[in-house]
Design a protein around this ligand. Structure first.
Ligand code: SAM
Length: 256
C-alpha cells in the first residue's frame, strides 16, 4: 500500500533535510509543499507532481491525496517538523496507518545552532517554554505571557503577532527585569536571514524599522521570525558543570 510521508523539511536550508527524508522524497511520485518549500527543494521535486496543500479545503485535499496515492507514495514537506505548530494533525489522523511522520530540524533547533547556545543551562535556566501569542488568544482561560515567564525561564515564541515594544514590556514585567537577553531570528536558513540580539529594554530600538512579524503588510501568514528570551542566551558557562558530571555521572558508567 502506498504511503503518505509527513517529512520534517527543516527551517529552509535544504541541507537540513534528514537522509531519511531525502530518500523518501526521491522515491515518491507526488509532493505537497507549502511555499517556499517547493522552490527550496526544486531540484528534488523535478519530474514529480507538486501541489501546495494550502490551496485546498480539507475534503478536496483528502480526495486529491487519495487520487495521488493510487499513483505512488506521497510526501508532505513540513516546515520545520511536526512537533510544534504544524497544521497537519487532522490529515495524519484521517490517513491512519497510511500516514508516517518523519522528524526533522525544527526552527527551535535551527535557532539554537545559529545562536550557538543551549537553551537550558544548569543554575541559569531551569525550564524552556514554547508558546505563541496567536494561539494563546484561542482560549479565554489562558495565562498571560507575563504570568508564564520568570527568572530561569527560556521562552521561545512562535508566530508572534504583537508589536515588539508592547511584547517586551509585558515580558519585562514577567521576568521582573528589563535587562533579560532576547533574540529575534528571521528566515533562518533562507534568503534574507536576519538576527538581532539585545535586551528587553533595548530590543524595540535594536529591531529598527524592519517588519519582523508581518504586522504591516496584508499577508495573514505569520512571519518566519522566532523569538528567544532568557538568561541562557548570554550567561557565561565554565567547565564546572562538565567536571561535576564527569565525577558523578559519566565516571560511574560501566561500573555496574
Ligand atoms: C506555523 S509555525 C511552524 C513551525 C515549524 N513546525 C517548526 O517546527 O519550526 C511558523 C513559525 O515558526 C517559526 N519559524 C518557522 N520557520 C522559521 C525560520 N526559517 N526562521 C525563523 N523562524 C521560523 C516562526 O516563529 C514562524 O512564525
Amino acid at each position: 500500500m502506498n504511503q503518505v510521508y509527513f517529512v520534517g523539511a527543516g527551517p529552509g536550508d535544504p541541507e537540513l533535510l534528514t537522509r531519511r527524508g531525502a530518500r523518501l522524497l526521491a522515491g515518491c511520485s507526488t509532493v505537497y509543499a507549502p511555499p517556499p518549500f517547493g522552490e527550496i527543494f526544486a531540484a528534488d521535486v523535478a519530474g514529480k507532481t507538486l501541489r501546495n496543500p494550502f490551496g485546498y479545503y480539507f475534503d478536496p485535499l483528502l480526495e486529491q491525496l487519495r487520487t495521488d496515492l493510487a499513483a505512488g507514495d506521497v510526501v508532505f514537506l513540513i516546515p520545520g517538523d511536526l512537533t510544534f505548530y504544524a497544521p497537519f494533525q487532522a490529515l495524519v489522523a484521517e490517513l491512519g496507518t497510511q500516514a508516517e511522520v518523519i522528524p526533522g530540524v525544527g526552527s527551535a533547533n535551527a535557532a539554537a545552532a545559529r545562536l550557538k547556545r543551549t537553551f537550558d543551562l544548569p543554575g541559569v535556566s531551569s525550564r524552556t517554554l514554547l508558546a505563541s501569542p496567536r494561539t494563546l488568544g484561542d482560549r479565554g482561560d489562558a495565562p498571560r505571557l507575563a504570568e508564564m515567564v520568570g527568572p530561569g525561564t527560556t521562552l521561545l515564541l512562535y508566530m508572534n503577532n504583537r508589536p515588539l515594544a508592547e511584547l517586551a514590556e509585558e515580558l519585562a514585567a514577567g521576568y521582573g527585569r528589563d535587562d533579560v537577553p532576547i533574540a529575534l531570528l528571521h528566515r533562518l536558513g533562507l534568503e534574507g536571514e536576519r538576527v538581532v540580539q539585545a535586551t528587553l529594554a533595548s530590543i524595540a530600538e535594536a529591531g529598527g524599522d524592519f517588519d519582523w512579524f508581518n504586522l504591516e503588510g496584508n499577508s495573514k501568514r505569520p512571519a518566519l521570525t522566532l523569538i528567544v528570551v532568557g538568561e541562557a542566551l548570554t550567561a557565561e558557562v565554565d567547565g564546572g558543570w562538565w567536571d561535576y558530571r564527569r565525577t558523578h555521572i559519566w565516571q560511574q558508567e560501566g561500573k555496574g
